[in-house]
Design a protein around this ligand. Structure first.
Ligand code: 5GP
Length: 154
C-alpha cells in the first residue's frame, strides 16, 4: 500500500483548521480522544479551544499496516459520565470506520446529549464519514508521531 508522510507542521495546520470549524459550528463540552492516534490532536484541540475537558478511550483494531483484527475491542473504557454533554470524538483517521462506530456507541451510552466526530483525515471507503475532517486519501498515512522507516545502505 502506498504511504503518505505528514509533517508536524501539516498536522498542526490541520488541527487549527478543525478548531476553527468546531468553534463556528460545535463548541464541545468534552473532547474524547481515541488512543493512540487521536490523543495528540485531542490535546492540541483542547488547548486551542480554551481548555475543553479531554477524556480518553482506547480501542484496539489494528495489528499492523492495513492488518486488522476481527472487530474493534474497547481496551480503556470511558471514565465517568457524559450526561447532557456536547461531545466531539477526535481521531487521526477514519479508515474502515469500525473504530469510530464503537466509540460513538460508547459515548452515547455514557449519556452525551450531542455527538460529533472530528478527524484529521478519512479514507474514501469509510462507513463513518466524520462531521469535520481535513483531507481524504486512499493511502496509508504515516503521522509525525509514528515511526519512520530508515533505509540502511548495505
Ligand atoms: P478504522 O477502525 O477506521 O479502520 O481505523 C481507525 C484507526 O486505525 C485509526 O484511529 C488509526 O489509529 C488506525 N489507522 C487506520 N488507517 C490508518 C492509516 O492510514 N495510518 C495510520 N497511521 N493509522 C491508521
Amino acid at each position: 500500500m502506498d504511504k503518505v508522510y505528514l509533517t508536524w507542521w501539516q498536522v498542526d495546520r490541520a488541527i487549527f483548521a478543525l478548531a476553527e470549524e468546531l468553534r463556528k459550528n460545535f463548541m464541545p463540552d468534552v473532547i474524547v480522544g481515541v488512543a493512540r492516534g487521536g490523543l495528540i490532536p485531542a490535546v492540541r484541540l483542547s488547548h486551542i479551544l480554551g481548555d475543553a475537558e479531554v477524556k480518553v478511550i482506547d480501542v484496539k483494531f489494528y495489528k499492523g499496516i492495513d492488518e486488522r483484527m476481527e472487530k474493534p475491542v474497547v481496551t480503556i473504557p470511558l471514565h465517568g459520565s457524559l450526561e447532557g454533554k456536547r461531545v466531539v470524538i477526535v481521531d487521526d483517521v477514519s479508515d474502515t470506520g469500525k473504530t469510530l462506530e464503537v466509540v460513538i456507541e460508547e459515548v452515547k451510552k455514557a449519556g452525551a446529549s450531542e455527538v460529533k466526530v472530528a478527524c484529521l483525515s478519512m479514507k474514501p471507503w469509510t462507513k463513518v464519514v466524520p462531521d469535520f475532517y481535513v483531507f481524504r486519501t486512499d493511502k496509508w498515512i504515516v503521522f509525525p508521531w509514528e515511526e519512520f522507516p530508515v533505509v540502511v545502505r548495505e
